[in-house]
Write a protein that binds this ligand. Structure first.
Ligand SMILES: Nc1ncnc2c1ncn2[C@@H]1O[C@H](COP(=O)(O)OP(=O)(O)O)[C@@H](O)[C@H]1O
Ligand SMILES: [Mg+2]
Length: 322
């Protein structure tokens, strides 16, 4: 449905996107993951036809984005990074206005409006002023305007940025519910977001693709790196030594006022940790998983790509990370 081939974008001399290629199949949700400045917005703007590439091609539903821009725009709904909304309009009027701009025939606007309100869970607020809505609702209005002309493809640039945790879950679930009817690319710089929402992940860093896989396969490749943070009252040396004997634990270290247990990720070791701590009458104050930072993931992925996933390779990576 979307074919990006050897796409490159330079801003002056600065190479923001460097020869990237990937495809998105019909009905798929593709996560575009990368830290700030990786080139996500640049790539998405090119796919949506808002900016020409320096080199390479992009096709949507078989149409070349720059040879047939009008056909492509009818196929795409785009939520830009900072979605511009008209605060003085009601949700309903704003969406009707966007339907008109996007060329939806007058006779169909009402039914398109109702469908967009329904899909984005906005029915209850349709008569409210956009400026009076919470950020989570505003973001859903942004997504509703992207799909008001019923495009098969949705391009959502950081749809959950700036939302609180509850709103993030709502927007994520809403995006998942659009799956099937739409082919979706969504960008984010948050790792759990793509694992939860997406069928496939493209990871980019400094304008280049560093990995492309399913969330399951990626997490398998990243295995050996799960970390658990513990705060325990007791003799730290003794505790560390004992926890180090648990099957699957690779390393135990102290960190500020807590302990970090690194394990191979084969099994959830938290129940064993808790059991041993309680048995020894140490006092467990806190226990949580420590997600890997994106930087750690990139370091690992780029090392993995170069060294293959051999035992030696993993040891070498761990050396690098220390
Ligand atoms: N219009 C522009 N002119 C010059 N540099 C830009 C422009 N837009 C983005 N950049 C630079 O290109 C790189 C990629 O930016 P962007 O695509 O916005 O990344 P992301 O969305 O992943 O954060 C960044 O280093 C950014 O500073
Ligand atoms: Mg961006």
């Amino acid at each position: 449905m979307i074919e990006v081939t050897k796409l490159t974008k330079k801003y002056g001399d600065f190479l923001a996107v460097n020869n990237i290629s990937f495809n998105v199949k019909q009905g798929e949700i593709l996560g575009f993951l990368g830290p700030n400045g990786a080139g996500k917005t640049t790539t998405m703007r090119i796919i949506a036809g808002y900016m020409p590439p320096t080199a390479g091609t992009t096709k949507v539903a078989g149409y070349d984005v720059f040879e047939e821009p009008i056909k492509v725009k009818s196929q795409i709904g785009y939520l830009p990074e900072n979605s511009p909304l008209y605060g003085h309009m009601t949700v309903k009027d704003y969406l009707l206005f966007m339907a008109e701009i996007k060329g939806v025939a007058k006779a169909q606007r009402k039914s398109r409006l109702n469908e967009a309100l329904h899909k984005c869970w906005l029915e209850d607020v349709q008569d409210r002023l956009v400026s009076h809505l919470s950020k989570g609702y505003k973001q859903r209005v942004g997504i509703a305007q992207a799909l008001i002309h019923d495009p098969p493809v949705l391009i959502l640039d950081e749809p959950t940025i700036g939302l609180d945790p509850k709103q993030i879950i709502q927007v994520r679930n809403m995006i998942r519910s659009l799956k099937g009817d739409h082919t979706i690319i969504l960008s984010t710089h948050i790792l759990p977001e793509v694992s939860m929402t997406c069928d496939r992940i493209v990871i980019i860093n400094k304008g280049q693709v560093v990995a492309m896989d399913t969330p399951e396969a990626l997490s398998k490749r990243l295995k050996g790196t799960e970390k658990i943070y513990l705060q325990v009252m007791g003799a730290v040396d003794k505790i560390c030594a004992r926890l180090g004997t648990i099957k699957g634990v690779l390393n135990v270290s102290t960190h500020q006022d807590g302990i970090i247990v690194e394990n191979d990720g084969q099994a959830d070791i938290r129940p064993y940790l808790a059991e041993i701590i309680v048995k020894n009458k140490w006092k467990l104050l806190e226990m949580r998983s420590v997600g890997m930072s994106l930087e750690e993931i990139f370091l690992q992925l780029t090392t993995v790509e170069k060294t293959q996933i051999t035992q030696k390779g993993q040891e070498a990576q761990q050396e690098v990370r220390r």
